[in-house]
Design a binder for this molecule. Structure first.
Ligand code: NDP
Length: 504
């Protein structure tokens, strides 16, 4: 077919003609991207949502409005579940546990999980749009990361449901009972999947509380459960703010709490549950070091650094927010990084060309601004590429801080935004010491050509997940979780089943 002229199209000028009639070469002045918006009408929003309890929609006594953080436009009215309503959800979960779900044959349980996984795949475009709309994350990420990984988690744990006795040889596993699960706003559907899939595979029933700012994908997930014909009460979804979460933690008939969120709330939950017989897993904050040695492939490392901190606007507990660069490559690496930053496209989360979307909430934006101001005050040097931020909504430009001392707040505290702090080191030992100089211990990255150095660093870094020559790679078969103030317990892999089981 080739590049021939379409009939009816005006004849194209020859290059020689263009050169003759213009002063400069015939190249457009700016190579602007055309907008490439994903269709918002793939999502059919209701005006009001109830609480999903015992397979039915329960009308809540109180409600609040959830918004699109990129425009501040109201999206829907969401239930604020009271203590009494949380109690009804726990009651429904207990009834479903006692009346069949825990005794159902494991192979039957697996079928439900497989069904949920398939439906998530089938409806992935709709879910991706909803996730970007309610959370502000770029559609490219919800489409290519959140949704495929969410479905993969259900597929993975469906495979374990009838193999529990092989997963834990010489031990007889049994489900714990009712699991109360509290998830944050950075990966609403993915965190839901990390929690619900292993809980059901192990034979438990669930009451899940999504984050206040991002309830919509969990509420659409209730429709997936209906489609999959999951028995009523096996999964219940109660929306609301921290008070709803607290009511779930305190409820005497909940057997296990799985929490992902801030270290502060995690600590208070741990204090609250001390002395009770409730099981607990906590996945909390992080301040990961991404360590670049002088023999690393610099261009690949720059991609890894960008992915490490600007993925999901830096709203990632394992984000590579502290960059440790070996001194001898500091100048070329920072030069490359700044040039790469200038190519990041910040804007409409539903545009397929967007790299960095909106900040999830005003509260989070204020926190980022406060820490960035502290960084400037303490003496760090700030760099932000020129970029025009939309006037409405919550936005923050990708930011790099150089000249950072270890004691600065931006090197110690979790910013949870698109802000990178750069430090340097001379020797591997110094890199380890600086990397471990944090109350957290969730993740780390190492970039070097030497396999032996990767293994040596992995032995010494106090982090639950260590990536080598890559960053932010996830797989349902791989356990994820932290040390120190990043929490305890693992999600993913065979390890992720254990917190949902008791053993005879
Ligand atoms: P929270 O820890 O408050 O939120 C996490 C989840 O816990 C949400 O569903 C929240 O509900 C719920 N929750 C809040 N208070 C309680 C409580 N007392 N008992 C039970 N559940 C509760 O985090 P924030 O949203 O306030 O974020 C603050 C900071 O935490 C961020 O800036 C970031 O640094 C860190 N963070 C870390 C995450 C991680 O993955 N490690 C995830 C999210 C935040 P609600 O949304 O209604 O408040």
């Amino acid at each position: 077919m080739g590049g021939g002229r379409v009939v009816g199209e005006p004849p194209r000028p020859l290059v020689s003609e263009l050169e003759r009639t213009r002063d400069s070469a015939p190249v457009p002045a700016a190579w602007d991207y055309a907008p490439a918006p994903e269709a918002r009408d793939l999502v059919d929003l209701r005006e009001q949502y109830g609480l999903f309890v015992g397979g039915e929609w329960l009308e809540p006594t109180e409600a609040y409005t959830t918004i699109d953080p990129s425009s501040e436009e109201p999206l829907a009215e969401i239930g604020q579940a009271s203590r009494e309503e949380v109690g009804r959800a726990v009651g429904a979960a207990r009834e479903a546990f006692d009346n069949g779900w825990s005794d159902i044959s494991p192979a039957e349980r697996a079928k439900y999980l497989f069904r949920i996984a398939r439906i998530l795949q089938e409806r992935s475009r709709e879910f991706a749009v909803l996730e970007s709309l309610n959370g502000g994350k770029p559609i490219r990420e919800s489409r290519d990361v959140d949704l495929p990984l969410s479905a993969a988690h259900f597929f993975y744990y469906a495979g374990w449901a009838d193999k529990l006795e092989y997963a834990f040889p010489n031990r007889t596993p049994r489900p714990i009972g009712v699991a109360g699960q509290i998830v944050p706003w950075n990966f609403p559907l993915l965190m839901l999947s990390w929690k619900i899939a292993p809980a059901l595979a192990a034979g438990n029933t669930v009451v899940l509380k999504p984050a206040e700012t991002t309830p919509l994908s969990a509420l659409l997930f209730a429709d997936v459960l209906r489609q999959a014909e999951l028995p009523p009460g096996v999964v219940n979804i109660v929306t609301g703010d921290g008070r709803t979460g607290a009511a779930l933690v305190e409820h005497p008939d909940v057997d296990k709490i799985a929490f992902t969120g801030s270290t502060e709330v995690g600590k208070s939950i741990q204090r609250q549950l001390a002395g009770t017989d409730k099981h607990l897993t906590l996945e909390l904050g992080g301040k990961a070091a991404n360590v670049i040695f002088d023999d690393a492939a610099l261009d690949q490392a720059v991609e890894g650094i960008v992915n490490g901190i600007y993925f999901n606007q830096g709203h990632v507990c394992c984000a590579g927010s502290r960059l440790l660069v070996q001194e001898s490559i500091y100048e070329p690496l920072i030069g490359k990084l700044k040039r790469r930053l200038a190519t990041l496209r910040v804007g409409d989360p539903l545009d397929k060309n967007t790299d960095v979307g909106a900040i999830n909430s005003k509260q989070q934006l204020d926190k980022i601004k406060e820490l960035v101001a502290a960084g400037e005050e303490e003496g760090a040097e700030i760099y932000q590429p020129p970029c025009r931020l939309p006037e409405k909504g919550y936005w923050f430009a990708p930011t790099v801080f150089t000249n950072v001392a270890q004691s600065y707040r931006i090197a110690q505290e979790e910013i949870f935004g698109p802000v990178l702090s750069v430090l340097t080191f001379r020797t591997p030992d110094e890199a380890v010491e600086k990397a471990n100089n944090t109350p957290y211990g969730l993740s780390a990255g190492v970039w070097t050509e030497k396999g032996s150095r990767i293994l040596a660093m992995a032995q010494k870094l106090r982090a639950g997940v260590i990536w080598a020559n890559t960053y932010n790679r996830f797989d349902p078969a791989s356990p994820f979780g932290g040390y120190k103030e990043s929490g305890f317990g693992r999600e993913g892999g065979r390890h992720g089943l254990e917190p949902y089981l008791e053993f005879d």
